[in-house]
Design a protein around this ligand. Structure first.
Ligand code: FEO
Ligand code: CA
Ligand code: CA
Length: 639
């Protein structure tokens, strides 16, 4: 999403920034050695990201790059086909009902609870049955990040009612749908016993060290252990036991303060007196003046079991509270897990959570594995080294004397704890991705127009360009290749931007097809890095971005740096979310906010002013949707 909020810093800390641009590039030989020497790590059987299949070989990246596009369609290379499935408003397949989508936005809040939410983001594939490696039948978990209420309701936000608030809340959250492949088409199974929507109203357990803390208690949950709903579900992640992790990103935007008073602990997260979603007008829990602790119950990572349709989602507080972008898994040699986490706002931080315990082959034994472990925040040093600083009570200056009462307090106020620990302020950390064999971690720093501006942090080694218009991809390697290490080495994999630019702050070093504002990242099992862009609609196809075309997806060979454009999206969209079936023959991605105007919110009188994908002239309004991509000859994606 591109609401301006990401570009406004909430970080007043004086954390030092780094001075020098150290030349710390990993050499090609180092990478090749790493590729040859690393042990494959095989999380849960059958998961597409982790099937254990290794496809390294000369057949890869055999497609012909497509050129930049500014047309209102999804383009894929010659020999590939893209199928639109599960657009906003389509039935989920829930046994509770399947109301058809109404093209004029007149579906009710109750209908919306049984239909695809809006603005798809992360996506993961879970083979059926559990434990299989099926590439023909599975579950998809799909985030619905936010709503464009100009499209969601027949007359947009011109009138405002409790019913509209409920519809907006029901268009948020997550879909779990069952899909099957029949011939060349994917179909949503209807009805399916697995199909369900998780929304901004779904009851969820709060667990981990902050559960039950005073800051988590509200007027309707005096125990502080039962939250209602999830919002702004951005990137995601998987666990080795086949659960889904959905990440609450710009949750601050849903809260308002009718008396205009914002507590300091909420200011640090960018909560302001007004909310563009206007939920607080009819739902008092989103008014911090009325329900001051409700906001503390958002900003977490939520674990969902797609295989157990009756299971209650769980907010895992041990992983900290910020604007969570994603949770990218690495498995250590001792079967302890690390999750790499970004906080997407200018001058915010990169985090990692390491579990205390090893995961078990007994699925049930992992049920509360994510409640115990250590949260760290990253400091990137100018010499190419880095440290993980523990956000643990009594360490990193996080003591009572310094204002942190206990571990729950540290987790509820994670950003303030990270300030105190001395983390490095980054250029908007978005998705990460963990290389399947080397376990090196790549993370997008999407852009930061404020880097180096007056009274703002200047450039540093890890964020080396002033007014970082195009963003970069940083990567690191843990000491001993152990995900639980507390030291790492890092370098910059790619600086985005046009390689021909005469401005050093805008010139990219991408070999091949260039991109800007990288956001989604995903490694396929052979170690090719898929990169998706999210240039905001007010920058797309103009100014510095005039020649990049619409938002797109490229794939990079991380050893050679070779990068090729694989997909371009329709007008106004961002491309986000990526996963393949275990056989590598279907890729699922999401097209989010097609047809979006520069102001982010559509005019209900002219819903198709900027695009009409995917329904075209026959449709009433543009719709975010999942796209299944196959090769016409049935081959693996990318070959
Ligand atoms: Fe939801 Fe940072 O993108
Ligand atoms: Ca994103
Ligand atoms: Ca983004």
């Amino acid at each position: 999403m591109s609401f301006a909020d990401d570009d406004t810093s909430s970080n007043p800390s004086n954390n030092p920034h780094l001075d020098n641009l150290g030349d710390v590039k990993f050499t090609r030989r180092e990478l090749l050695t790493a590729l040859a020497g690393a042990a494959a790590t095989l999380p849960f059987a059958g998961c597409a990201t982790t099937s254990g299949t290794r496809w390294l070989g000369p057949e890869r990246l055999g497609f012909t790059s497509i050129t930049p596009m500014t047309e209102d369609s999804v383009r894929v290379p010659q020999g590939y086909r893209a199928q639109v499935m599960y657009p906003w408003g389509d039935p989920t397949g829930s046994a509770l009902g399947a109301p058809p989508f109404r093209q004029d936005g007149s579906n009710s809040a109750a209908d919306q609870a049984l239909q695809s939410g809006m603005h798809h983001d992360a996506i993961e594939y879970y083979p059926l049955p559990l434990g299989s490696t099926s590439s023909e039948r599975g579950l998809l978990a799909i985030n619905h990040e936010y709503t464009d209420d100009g499209l969601l309701h027949a007359d947009g936000m011109r009138t405002w009612t409790p019913e509209k608030v409920a519809k907006s809340q029901n268009a948020h959250g997550v879909s779990i749908i069952e899909v099957t492949s029949q011939g060349e088409q994917w179909t949503v199974v209807n009805p399916s016993r697995f199909a369900r929507r998780i929304t901004a109203q779904t009851p969820m357990t709060i667990s981990g060290p902050a559960a039950g803390a005073a800051a988590m208690r509200t007027s309707y949950d005096s125990a502080g252990t039962l939250a209602r709903g999830t919002v702004n579900n951005c990137a995601g992640g998987i666990t080795p036991w086949g659960t889904y992790l959905t990440c609450e990103e710009n949750w601050n935007n849903y809260f308002a303060a009718s008396d205009g008073k914002i507590p300091e602990r909420l200011r640090r997260y960018g909560v302001s007196a007004k909310s563009g979603y206007r939920w607080h007008e009819h739902d008092g829990r989103f008014d911090v003046s009325k329900e001051p602790n409700e906001a503390n119950r958002f900003g977490w990572i939520v674990e969902i079991d797609p295989y157990e349709p009756a299971s209650r989602p769980v907010k895992r507080t041990a992983l900290g509270r910020f604007k969570h972008e994603g949770a990218m898994l690495a498995i250590g040699p001792d079967r302890r897990l690390a999750f790499y986490l970004g906080d997407d706002e200018v001058f915010e931080y990169v985090y990692k959570f390491v579990t205390r315990d090893a995961y078990s082959d007994d699925r049930a034994a992992n049920r509360n594995l994510l409640d115990n472990g250590t949260l760290y925040v990253a400091r990137f040093n100018a010499d190419g080294g880095g440290e993980w600083l523990p956000l643990v009570h009594g360490q990193s200056g996080l003591t009572k004397e310094n204002g942190f009462a206990d571990q729950a307090d540290i987790l509820v106020r994670t950003r303030e704890a990270a300030d105190r620990a001395g983390a490095t302020k980054m250029d908007r950390p978005e998705w990460g991705a963990v290389h399947p064999t080397t376990l090196e971690v790549y993370m997008t720093m999407t852009n930061n127009s404020l880097r180096g501006a007056a009274n703002r942090p200047g450039v540093d080694a890890a964020n080396p360009r002033a007014g970082n218009v195009f963003g970069h991809i940083i990567r690191w390697r843990e000491q001993g290749r152990d995900p639980k290490a507390t030291r790492f080495e890092w370098d910059i994999f790619a600086q985005a931007g046009d390689p021909e630019s005469s401005d050093a702050n805008k010139r990219g070093n991408i070999k091949g097809d260039w991109y800007g504002s990288p956001d989604g990242l995903w490694f396929d099992p052979s170690g090719y890095l898929w990169i998706q862009t999210d240039v905001s609609t007010n920058a797309l196809n103009r100014g510095d971005y005039k020649s990049m075309g619409n938002n797109m997806m490229a794939v990079a060979n991380v050893v050679t740096g070779e990068t090729k454009r694989f997909l371009t999206g329709p007008n106004g969209c961002e491309v986000t979310g990526c996963v393949m079936t275990p056989d590598g023959r279907t890729m699922f991605i999401n097209i989010q906010h097609p047809g979006e105007p520069a102001g982010d919110r559509s005019d209900p009188d002219k819903p198709k002013a900027f695009g009409q994908w995917p329904d075209g002239p026959s449709g009433g309004r543009p719709r975010s949707a999942t796209v299944a991509i196959r090769k016409a000859d049935g081959g693996r994606i990318g070959t």
